[in-house]
Design a protein around this ligand. Structure first.
Ligand code: ATP
Ligand code: MG
Length: 358
């Protein structure tokens, strides 16, 4: 078996197959993945379709998760993720990740997991307060396993291109990794989150981050008509009733999206000044934003139509095979460090077992 060059920086990230990818994913994480993929210095890049994690809050909809798994890969290919350079794989096809998650469960307390601000707000949004599945509370532990299973000692910290909401997960992941290394010996690498300038794109409702689960996002596969409809539904300034009224830029989704996507930021600045003074209508701005987003999305939608389901599934199966081999190799070291490799004598180094309190 041949591994990719082990000295390249390792990149691991992923998405939950709970719906199509949207513009928040694009500016928050996908653009950084493309940038890392297309650098002259090659990176060792893995993108995971997190189906096991998606089931933690979609366990009653396995068909949805299955369908979205394929759709995610079609989105990746449509934006230019290249299977020759990036390994795309399915989380559930690597059972060793569940094994590592089990070991990691001992290295974090329930109260630490309950303090995670992203999980706290997701529990609220999903109304799970009374019926919180243990799997959902613990999904950051499985994320820690997903990330650290790909680290290589020569490659330094694992790079994780993510949106702002995932930074608490990286913090927990690093705490677990440090605890593991102190207890069992230096075996795992820490993670570094790679954030983009728009690390949290708001939804068109202006209330929450754009999210598949909240139905407030513009999807990468949206047709022109749907895109126009969503742009014209965007939350603006409710106090800006007549064209001549001065309008608010802060909290206005048209400007939030123009900041994130318009190539001509001088034009955006001029629009802001005019809007605040009064005399610039929402319709003019929405038409401009529509053309900006259409320029970005039309080629993606076109490319997506050329991707066949069968090809997308083959790419995922081949990627899962490669990723699994990589993780299996890592797990040999993990098991040996934890005295779980029964084919070898027990290590007797007393330095490997200091008391570590949680
Ligand atoms: P779900 O509602 O099922 O959690 P989601 O829209 O939050 O879906 P995820 O699959 O959880 O999407 O996130 C995939 C990646 O995209 C993560 O790195 C996440 O931080 C990033 N991301 C998600 N939403 C946004 C957003 N609105 N702005 C920036 N980055 C985002
Ligand atoms: Mg999410």
């Amino acid at each position: 078996m041949t591994f990719k060059n082990p000295c390249k920086p390792v990149v691991l990230t992923g998405d939950r197959p709970t719906g199509p990818l949207h513009l928040g994913h694009y500016v928050g994480s996908l653009k950084n993945r493309l940038d890392l993929q297309n650098r002259t210095q090659p990176h060792d890049i893995y993108i995971m379709v997190a189906d096991t994690q998606a089931l933690t809050d979609h366990f009653e909809q396995p068909n949805l998760v299955r369908q979205c798994t394929l759709e995610l890969v079609k989105d990746y290919l449509a934006i230019g993720i290249d299977p020759e350079k990036t390994t795309m794989f399915i989380q559930s096809q690597i059972p060793e990740l569940c094994e590592l998650t089990t070991y990691f469960m001992n290295l974090v307390t329930v109260s630490r997991l309950e303090r995670n601000p992203t999980v706290k707000s997701e529990i609220q949004q999903k109304g799970m307060q009374e019926s919180l599945p243990a799997g959902f509370l613990c999904y950051p532990v499985s994320q820690a396993a997903d990330i650290s299973a790909f680290g290589l000692p020569e490659s330094g910290n694992i790079l994780v291109p993510v949106g702002q909401d995932q930074m608490p997960m990286i913090e927990i992941s690093n705490e677990i990794v440090r605890r593991f290394n102190r207890l069992y010996g230096p075996c795992l690498q820490e993670a570094t989150g790679v954030l983009s300038p728009t690390a949290r794109l708001m939804g068109i409702d202006g209330q929450n981050k754009a999210s598949k689960s909240l139905n407030n996002a513009i999807y990468l596969k949206d047709s022109k008509d749907i895109l126009r409809e969503k742009v014209f539904q965007m939350y603006t300034d409710p106090g800006h009733i007549h064209v001549q009224d001065p309008g608010k830029v802060e909290g206005n989704m048209i400007f939030h999206y123009l900041d994130a996507f318009a190539p001509d930021q001088e034009q955006v600045h001029a629009f802001k000044t005019h809007y605040e003074k009064g005399g610039l209508g929402d319709v003019v701005l929405k038409k401009y934003l529509f053309s900006v987003l259409d320029d970005l999305l039309a080629p993606i939608v076109e490319k997506r139509h050329t991707v066949r389901d069968q090809d997308a599934m083959e790419i995922l199966m081949e990627g899962s095979k490669q990723a699994r081999q990589r993780v299996q190799e890592k797990m040999k070291h993990v098991r040996a460090a934890m005295q779980l490799d029964y084919s070898k004598p027990m290590a007797t180094d007393p330095g490997l077992h200091p008391q570590v309190s949680l």
